[in-house]
Design a binder for this molecule. Structure first.
Ligand SMILES: C[S@@+](CC[C@H](N)C(=O)[O-])C[C@H]1O[C@@H](n2cnc3c(N)ncnc32)[C@H](O)[C@@H]1O
Length: 378
């Protein structure tokens, strides 16, 4: 069992809060280990043969699988439990955040007063509609919520709940996405010693901090849309002794100068944007990279190439967890989008990034798990 590392702005847990949060994390594990697999059995033994009998062929795509699986009581039970557990995950963390918020806000303020990194907020910032339209992952208030002056609640909520959501698979500091992408980058580009690195959609800085730790001489920047979440990221980074420059900016159009960065990265943000935003983010990455610089946008497994049933299960979040763009992004021809954004043919490719510590418990049991990453060399 992995325990989350406590730091200055992460809410503590009373006995009852810990019991409730651990209960929901255990339910998630139980669903992944003991219930999710039953969907495959039901599909193979009951749903697919019935489809075959009616249509004279197997379901051809995930849409056809969905049309029959969502009518089966086993899948309905599984899906309802997943959804309920997601709602209760947030709910159970809210108690700790509300109880400790004045203290957490004060600690973030104290960290900011002696900070080595920086935090730049933009009072005129306009959050993109694809993030305000609904609460992604059902997070109350979404990524951009800001409850009061000096607020860190959005970050505090996200940090603990995401650890639970990932069932500890992202490690005690929830940083395995970052450390995995760094390992891939180092193996792939041993000659690049970055001086400036940007992490787009950094949220609480979970994946940003490892870049600073891996390249201590580099200036590391993180951008995101939410005031509260960035204030939390800043307090968290400082309390862990890892100085990063955070700012409130839209990855589609930042205020960084042309050619400012050696490396521009993101960890699982693209599937939460939109069809017009994706090419803009690739083009913006290219604009702010120096000649010879590299962009790496890592995201969830592609749907193409999966068997219809696996693609159906992998898409659960799209229909049930407010990740509507998640299916579209995972089917877009992102290499072509990278070329349209100005990267030369052959210098923008899709590669699979292996996790440094492979997940022990998976929700959807996708075969050959790894995070596809769009790599563009300027
Ligand atoms: C799933 S979270 C990313 C998690 C984080 N990168 C990590 O590795 O822990 C997606 C983040 O992308 C941010 N985001 C989405 N669109 C963005 C945009 N256009 N500009 C900046 N941030 C954006 C969201 O606000 C959210 O914080």
């Amino acid at each position: 069992m992995v325990t989350q590392v406590q730091h200055d702005v992460l809410p503590s847990r009373t006995h009852d809060e810990a019991a409730r949060q651990d209960y929901y994390m255990d339910i998630r594990r139980h669903l992944a280990l003991n219930v999710a697999g039953g969907n495959r059995t039901v599909y193979g033994n009951v749903v697919k043969p019935a489809f075959l009998k009616t249509h004279g062929r197997e379901p051809q795509d995930r849409g056809e699988v969905r049309s029959v699986m969502t009518r089966h009581p086993y899948y309905q039970m599984y899906s309802a439990m997943q959804r309920h557990t997601q709602e209760m995950t947030w709910d159970s963390v809210l108690d700790s955040v509300e109880r400790e918020l004045p203290l957490l806000n004060e600690r973030a303020k104290q960290q900011a007063a002696k900070a080595k990194g920086t935090l730049t907020l933009d009072p005129a910032f306009k959050v993109p509609t694809y993030l305000t339209f609904y609460d992604i992952h059902l997070q109350p208030g979404g990524y951009h919520a800001n409850a009061c002056p000096g607020d860190v609640s959005a970050g505090a909520l996200y940090d603990r709940a995401t650890f639970m959501y990932a069932m500890g698979n992202l490690g005690p500091r929830s940083d395995y996405l970052g450390t995995s992408l760094i390992a891939h980058f180092k193996a792939r580009f041993p000659g690049i010693k970055p001086k400036r690195i940007l992490d787009m959609g950094c949220t609480t800085g979970n994946s940003t901090l490892p870049w600073k730790e891996a390249f201590p001489d580099a200036e590391v920047y993180g951008i995101d849309v939410g005031e509260s979440i960035l204030r939390y990221a800043h307090g968290r980074a400082e309390s862990m002794g890892v100085p990063v420059h955070f700012s409130q900016q839209n990855a589609e159009r930042t205020n960084f100068a042309d050619g400012f960065f050696d490396v521009v990265v993101s960890h699982i943000i693209m599937h939460e944007t939109s069809t017009p935003a994706v090419p803009r983010i690739f083009a913006e990455s290219r604009r702010i990279l120096r000649e010879g610089g590299v962009m790496l946008h890592m995201d969830n497994p592609r749907l193409s190439g999966l068997q219809p049933f696996d693609a159906f299960l992998a898409e659960w979040e799209v229909y049930n967890n407010n990740e509507r763009f998640g299916g579209t992004y995972r089917e877009m021809d992102i290499v072509a989008e990278g070329e349209k954004a100005g990267f030369s043919k052959g210098r923008v490719v899709l590669e699979k990034v292996a996790m440094v510590v492979p997940p022990r418990v998976m929700n959807y049991q996708t075969p050959g798990f790894g995070f596809p990453c769009l790599i563009g060399e300027k």
